[in-house]
Design a protein around this ligand. Structure first.
Ligand code: ZN
Length: 369
């Protein structure tokens, strides 16, 4: 069979998909598959037709092996392709090919029409735990097969999660493997490429911006035992009349957000990142990863941290617009930010997506919203 893919699908995506689709067609139907540039000669047309919706959807119309798969995003088209395979009995039980159930050598004799708009815009998972590159790659590969569209690489790169794996922290039965920042960056770039092949919506960073303002890279996650240089102390939150790192960890330290210099620096650090990483679709802008650490100075005491947060987000939106960047910003309701702002509101709602993370809430009960 001949496969045609239209111009909104990149050469990298075409090459990757042709190889993968050929494997399924061969195993399922004993049918060879190759790519054609001529849509009129194609049996299967896979097309991305762009529109201005943020929500993805797809239409599959196939009579046997002839027909089309159309979506407004590449990952949506993949959701459609794998969903079509499910009609022939394929099941993607867990990540890795070894955990797929495939019926072999069957007749492609069904007329299948699927017109699907998923219930949720955002369907994805955030990196956590201790991961090898292969773990992450296999997981990303699995996402479009089960109808998902997003992956969130926490921090600037997944250094913390790779380090836990490759150095086998807390595992007395395995020896440390060589690992450093260069290896983390190399593997991180490969993770990005795996997402790009599939058009996975790219979420990134989250925590670490507060540490960046204090001069620490977000990529080192929860590292502890550091000392705050004197010149950075005015930026740190005042706790019990002292401005310093909380537990020696930048990620746990909040800032003095009423200080205009703190606000400006945080906005600039995030704007610089967004400009340098335009492959990131949703840039997460969160505050520190701790509670009871917010600034107690006379100025900060007068308002809720959520008001200060919204002010920073509005300033960030203005700077991103000045730079012509359409990066979406994802903000987080977490710890003290679960108390709503009293004065400020988001000005450009199109820019922002809210993430609800009630870590201090009663998680044993279902949320009623
Ligand atoms: Zn303060």
């Amino acid at each position: 069979m001949k496969l045609f893919m239209n111009e909104n699908i990149t050469p990298l995506q075409k090459e990757w998909f042709t190889k993968g689709a050929a494997d399924y067609m061969n195993r399922l139907f004993n049918e060879p598959l190759s790519l054609t540039d001529d849509p009129s000669k194609a049996d299967l047309n896979v097309e991305v037709v762009l529109d201005d919706r943020t929500k993805d959807s797809y239409v599959v119309e196939l009579d046997g092996l002839r027909g089309s798969i159309t979506s407004n995003t590449w990952v949506g088209a993949l959701n459609g392709f794998y969903r079509w395979l499910e009609e022939y009995g394929v099941r993607f039980v867990r990540p890795q090919k070894a955990h797929e159930v495939i019926v072999e050598n069957i007749k492609p004799d069904q007329r299948i029409l699927l017109d699907v708009e998923p219930a949720y815009d955002h369907r994805g998972v955030c990196i956590e735990g201790a991961d090898s590159f292969e773990n992450v790659r296999d997981f990303i590969s699995w996402l479009p097969k089960i109808g998902m569209n997003s992956f969130f690489v926490q921090f600037e790169n997944p250094y913390s999660f790779f380090k836990r794996w490759y150095e086998h922290e807390m595992n007395p039965y395995k020896d440390k493997e060589p690992f450093d920042t260069q290896k983390a960056q190399k593997l991180s770039d490969l993770v990005d490429q795996e997402m790009e092949k599939r058009g996975i919506v790219h979420h990134r960073v989250g925590r670490g911006w507060t540490g960046e303002v204090l001069g620490y890279s977000s990529r080192f996650g929860w590292e502890k035992g550091l000392e705050l240089p004197e010149d950075k102390k005015p930026f740190a939150a005042m706790l019990n009349n002292k401005r310093d790192l909380v537990e020696g960890a930048p990620i746990l330290t909040s800032l003095c957000f009423s200080n205009p210099e703190v606000q400006d620096q945080m906005v600039e650090v995030i704007t610089d990142y967004a400009r340098d990483h335009q492959d990131v679709d949703y840039l997460h802008v969160w505050l520190s990863d701790a509670r009871n650490n917010i600034c107690e100075c006379d100025k900060c005491k007068k308002e809720r941290v959520a008001d200060q947060y919204i002010r920073i987000l509005n300033q960030l939106d203005e700077r991103l617009s000045e730079e012509g960047l359409d990066t979406k910003i994802c903000f987080l309701l977490y710890h003290e930010l679960l108390f709503a702002p009293q004065k400020e509101t988001l000005k450009n709602r199109e820019r922002f997506t809210m993430m609800f993370a009630p870590i201090t809430g009663p998680l044993k009960e279902a949320m009623r919203m």
